[in-house]
Every structure is written in structure tokens, then in C-alpha cells.
Design a protein around this ligand. Structure first.
Ligand SMILES: Cc1cc2nc3c(=O)[nH]c(=O)nc-3n(C[C@H](O)[C@H](O)[C@H](O)COP(=O)(O)OP(=O)(O)OC[C@H]3O[C@@H](n4cnc5c(N)ncnc54)[C@H](O)[C@@H]3O)c2cc1C
Length: 544
């Protein structure tokens, strides 16, 4: 019975693709911001991440998700999470590529380079990047405690991945996580009830005993965490290691792992602290600004991550439609499908451009314009790129027809991408929180001027010029929170358009401006005006 028919007209697996070489939008953006960037590490990473071997690790790490062991078989508490070997292989590859704390060691374009690598890695597997991203984010905040920073930052920057639970001095490399969200409040961390009581002073400074809980506590196998807790002077930031200096385990009890929609390879837990030992980072009562410093970097990663997911979803859609035939010719040659593919390609490249622009600002933190751009574009990029993710994933999935919706033991990469998309929008501050943060930025002044300066070099497209002319006025006149999302959208679109004008192909920039800025566009993907150069846009985006 199994030999009655021939299997034909199914597309082949998209494998052994050089993710860097085939991503023209990414390469052009890097060349624009950093013409002297050393490309060799990205070239080799792009080749490695597209291989069948790495794809197998990504599949296995998702299919065989993390397992919690609260006790050993003799009844003693262990609070350990067990991962499939493929998870560790992916972690070793990401740490080896320096996608965690390495950029803080310095170097020209260190953040941009890391951002490009992070984006490429997301194409392979996004969920295990959670601890990688948190390690990147916490590293600068540790400067709030000089002694801990001195002991931990070399290990946070090291390219050794060591999953063993040991004290930092006995490990070649470490990872870190963070715990803010509690049951009664995530966006409003001031509602935290976890308590911190002063317990002494030692080589790492002021020591406290932490009692309470965290409702979301991802990657609980990290070596240490930055957590928020209420100290006598108010909400404060604490450094909480898993293993204490005397080699014993800290009093962190993992209650259970979250059963999540996607993000399957990553463990997200609920924890209780029973007088866990932690050291103050920064000043007592100044926990919110300390944590915001971290939030900025993880928000960058949400924008980078979604851009990577979009690129991979697009690549799968382009590849499939180029091979699959319907009604006598390939899907990719059907005019309506070409409109969909081109529209997705514009969205993907615009996301890549905006996310990398933001990363570039962190490399030039001593430049006042770049400082303002980092502050402005963080909520804008996190809001808009992540907000576009789910719809993008759905449309790309539809290009694959029924096959796109099928898991097939983890082989259905599109389904994995789709499940991951909403997450980047929710964690690290959901959409409204980003829009409200934009309003806080605007209150600081100078932003309208900085945005005008940012858009000025792209002058020439009539629709973009009109938008650039009115944005400063809208920024100055914005009155209430109700308009914040609309403004965030328009700032994002204007900056994306300006970047595409400056470093993408004219066909891409023109079609983006005609649709997203001028408004010659429908309400779903595939509604670009027919004058667009579909051939050029699609050819530029092809993954091979
Ligand atoms: C898989 C996963 C892993 C996570 N890992 C971690 C982790 O490791 N550490 C950690 O600390 N947290 C983690 N989180 C938590 C995450 O950061 C929070 O869920 C997120 O910040 C939102 O908080 P909340 O869930 O309490 O929702 P709420 O704060 O209740 O917000 C609900 C909704 O209300 C909106 N809202 C809130 N305030 C306002 C307002 N003033 N005006 C208008 N709208 C508003 C928000 O935008 C959101 O859409 C994780 C979450 C997920 C899903």
C-alpha cells in the first residue's frame, strides 16, 4: 500500500543555506553603519547556523523540552532543570559566538556585530536565546556593585559555556537571568511584595535575605539573577547567585515550569525565595532605574529577535513558493503571490534595518545624538517590530499552505516561528508599556530635533518628506496616552523608510514609501500598488 504513488510537487527542505551571505538586507545595513566591520565571524556563523546538524539540534531542543526536578530520589531538594543535550549544544554555540556578555568587553561595533549574530541565531532557534539575551542585558547593570562586577564580568564575557552548578570561581563561563515579574504585577514592578532584609556586609558589599516569589523566572539554571525586592528604603535591585561563595545552593525553590504556547526549548519557571542570600546592586530604593538599564538591552533583543524570525519565515515562504506548483506554474510566479512575497520582504528588511540602527546607537553611546536615538528607538522598535511579528508569521505560514501549519515532530519550523512571535511583544514590556515609555522619552525634550536630524539625510521621497515635516509638530503637541501607539507606529515607519532610502535597493525603498508612508496599500499583506518592482524586491530577498 505504501508504494501506490509517487511523492512530487512538495518543496525540498531549506537546509545548508548560508544565513549571512543570503541576507542582503542585513549585509547592506551592516555595510552602511560599519563599513570596516570584520565580517569573518558572521560569515562563519551564518554558514554554521544553516546546517542540517544545527537544525537537528533546534528541533530536538524544542521537542524534548526542559524537565524540572524539585527533589532527588532520596527526597532532598535539588531544584534543577534538565535539558536535552541539543539545548546545551545550542547554548555552547551561542556563547561561543559571543552573543551573551561579550560586547561589554569593548571594541568598535561590538554591539552591532553581536546584534547581527543574534539575529542570525534567532533564525535557527529563538527560545534558548532567552538566557543569552538576559546575560547580555545584566552585564552593564552589574557595574552598580564594583566587587561583583570585577568577579563576574570576565566570566560573563567568556566564550566558554559551562552548564554545571558551581560557584563562579570554579567556572570558566557563566550566564545570568532576571526576576522582576510577580503574581500581582509585571508591568508595574512597584507592586512587588518580595522582601529584602539586611543580613550583613562582606566582600560583595551589603548582603540581604530575600523572601518572596517570582511568577516568571526564565532560565532558572542560570548562575545568578538580578532580582527586584522591597528593602527598607524601597524597591531595590539585588544580585542573587544560585551557588553561594561557600559552595552551598542558595534558597531558591523552583515551584514549577510554565506550560507555554511556544518558546519550548527555554525553561520559564515560578520560584519562591526562602531567605535567599543576595547582594545590593546600586543604591537601596533605586531598583527601578537599575532594572530599566537591563530592560533597554532586552528590548533591543526583542526587536532583533523578531527581525530574525521574520527573515526566516520569509526565507521559508520564498523557498517553498519557488518550488511548489499550482495551476500549472510555480506559486512564486503567480502575480498575487508575488505581491504577498514582495510585501513580506519589505516588512522583513524594514524590521532588520530598524533593529540594527538601534543596535548601532549602543556602540556610539558617547555621541549625544546616538544617546537620544537609543532612548527613542528602543520603545519604538520593540513596539512596532514585535507588533508586526504575529501577522507576518501568519501570512508567511499561509504561503506554505497546509504544510505550514503542521508540526511534524518539530520539523515544521514555520509553526515554531509562529508560536514564538507573540512572546517578543509581551515580555520585557508589552505594547502599551512601550507606547507609554515613548511618551516618557518625548517629555525629555530634544527628541523632535534629533528625529528630524535622523530623517534629514533621506530627503527626496515626497511622501516621506511630508511625514518628516509633520512628525516634530505631532511630538510637540501630543497630549494624552491615547495617541501614543499611533505616534510610535509613525515614528517607526518614518525611521524604517529613511533607512531603506539610505541603504537598501531603490525598488525596496520606493515600494515601502508608497505603501507604508504614502498609504497606497490595503489592509493585508499582498496589497502593494502594481507599479512596484516585484521582481527586484523578491530577487533581493531570495535565500539562495
Ligand atoms: C515566556 C515568558 C517568560 C518570561 N520570563 C520572565 C523573566 O525571566 N523574568 C521576569 O521578570 N519576567 C518574565 N516574564 C514576564 C513578562 O515580562 C511579563 O509578563 C510582562 O512584563 C507583562 O507583565 P504581566 O504579565 O504582569 O502583565 P500586566 O502588567 O498585567 O499587563 C497586562 C496588559 O496590560 C497592559 N498595561 C499595563 N499597564 C498599562 C497601562 N498603564 N496602560 C495601558 N495598558 C497597560 C500591558 O501592556 C499588557 O498588555 C516572562 C513572560 C513570559 C510570557
Amino acid at each position: 500500500m505504501d508504494q501506490t504513488h509517487e511523492v512530487f510537487n512538495q518543496s525540498s527542505a531549506l537546509v545548508d543555506v548560508d544565513l549571512f551571505a543570503t541576507n542582503r538586507g542585513l549585509r547592506d545595513a551592516l555595510a552602511f553603519h560599519a563599513p570596516d566591520l570584520q565580517l569573518a565571524p558572521l560569515q562563519s556563523l551564518g554558514r554554521e547556523l544553516g546546517t542540517a546538524a544545527m537544525q537537528a539540534h533546534a528541533r530536538l531542543a524544542n521537542v524534548h523540552g526542559p524537565q524540572l526536578h524539585t527533589h532527588d530520589r532520596f527526597g532532598r531538594r535539588v531544584d534543577e532543570v534538565e535539558f536535552h543535550p541539543s539545548y546545551h549544544a545550542l547554548m555552547a554555540a551561542a556563547v561561543g559566538a559571543g552573543l551573551h556578555g561579550t560586547p561589554w568587553a569593548g571594541g568598535a561595533h561590538a554591539h552591532l556585530q553581536r546584534a547581527a549574530g543574534f539575529m542570525l541565531f534567532t533564525e535557527l532557534e529563538p527560545s534558548m536565546l532567552c538566557p543569552i539575551s538576559m546575560t547580555y542585558a545584566v552585564a552593564p547593570a552589574l557595574r552598580g556593585n564594583e566587587n561583583i562586577h570585577a568577579d563576574w564580568s570576565p566570566k560573563l564575557q567568556s566564550r566558554w559555556y559551562d552548564p554545571q552548578l558551581r560557584f563562579v570561581a570554579d567556572k570558566p563561563g557563566v550566564t545570568m537571568g532576571m526576576g522582576m515579574t510577580e503574581k500581582q504585577g509585571g508591568s508595574d514592578v512597584r507592586a512587588n511584595t518580595t522582601r529584602a532584609e539586611h543580613a550583613g556586609r562582606d566582600g560583595w558589599g551589603e548582603r540581604y535575605a530575600i523572601t518572596g516569589h517570582k511568577w516568571f523566572f526564565s532560565a532558572p539554571m542560570c548562575d545568578a539573577f538580578l532580582v527586584l525586592a522591597q528593602a527598607p528604603s524601597g524597591l531595590s535591585c539585588f544580585f542573587l547567585p544560585r551557588v553561594l561563595p561557600d559552595g552551598t545552593r542558595n534558597a531558591i525553590r523552583i515551584q514549577r515550569l510554565k506550560d507555554k504556547l511556544g518558546n519550548k526549548a527555554n525553561a520559564s519557571s515560578e520560584v519562591e525565595f526562602h531567605g535567599a542570600q543576595a547582594w545590593l546592586v546600586g543604591e537601596e530604593g533605586r531598583g527601578v532605574p537599575q532594572i530599566l538599564e537591563m530592560g533597554t538591552m532586552t528590548r533591543l533583543d526583542c526587536a532583533l529577535g523578531t527581525s530574525g524570525l521574520m527573515r526566516q519565515a520569509l526565507a521559508l515562504a520564498l523557498h517553498h513558493t519557488a518550488e511548489r506548483k499550482a495551476f500549472g506554474r510555480t506559486l512564486a510566479s503567480q502575480p498575487l503571490m508575488r505581491n504577498v512575497l514582495a510585501d513580506l520582504a519589505l516588512e522583513s528588511e524594514a524590521a532588520t534595518a530598524l533593529a540594527l540602527r538601534l543596535a548601532h546607537a549602543f556602540d556610539r553611546a558617547d555621541d549625544p545624538h546616538e544617546q537620544l536615538m537609543a532612548r527613542l528607538l528602543t520603545p519604538v522598535a520593540k513596539f512596532w517590530i514585535c507588533k508586526r511579528g504575529s501577522g507576518f508569521g501568519q501570512e508567511a505560514m499561509e504561503c506554505l499552505g497546509g504544510n505550514g501549519y503542521v508540526e511534524e515532530g518539530g520539523e515544521g519550523v514555520m509553526a515554531r516561528i509562529y508560536r514564538e512571535m507573540p512572546l517578543n511583544s509581551i515580555w520585557e514590556g508589552a505594547g502599551n508599556i512601550m507606547a507609554l515609555d515613548l511618551l516618557r522619552v518625548l517629555r525629555k525634550g530634544d527628541v523632535a530635533e534629533a528625529l528630524a536630524a535622523e530623517l534629514a539625510p533621506a530627503r527626496g521621497n515626497a511622501a516621506l518628506d511630508r511625514m518628516a515635516a509633520v512628525l516634530p509638530q505631532r511630538i510637540a503637541q501630543i497630549e494624552g496616552e491615547t495617541e501614543a501607539r499611533r505616534l510610535a507606529e509613525d515614528i517607526a515607519l518614518a525611521v524604517q523608510a529613511a533607512l531603506l532610502v539610505r541603504h537598501s535597493a531603490p525598488a525596496v525603498a520606493d515600494a515601502f514609501c508608497a505603501s507604508r508612508i504614502q498609504g497606497d496599500w490595503g489592509r493585508s499583506y499582498g496589497s502593494l500598488p502594481s507599479a512596484c518592482d516585484f521582481d527586484a524586491i523578491i530577487a533581493r530577498a531570495m535565500p539562495h
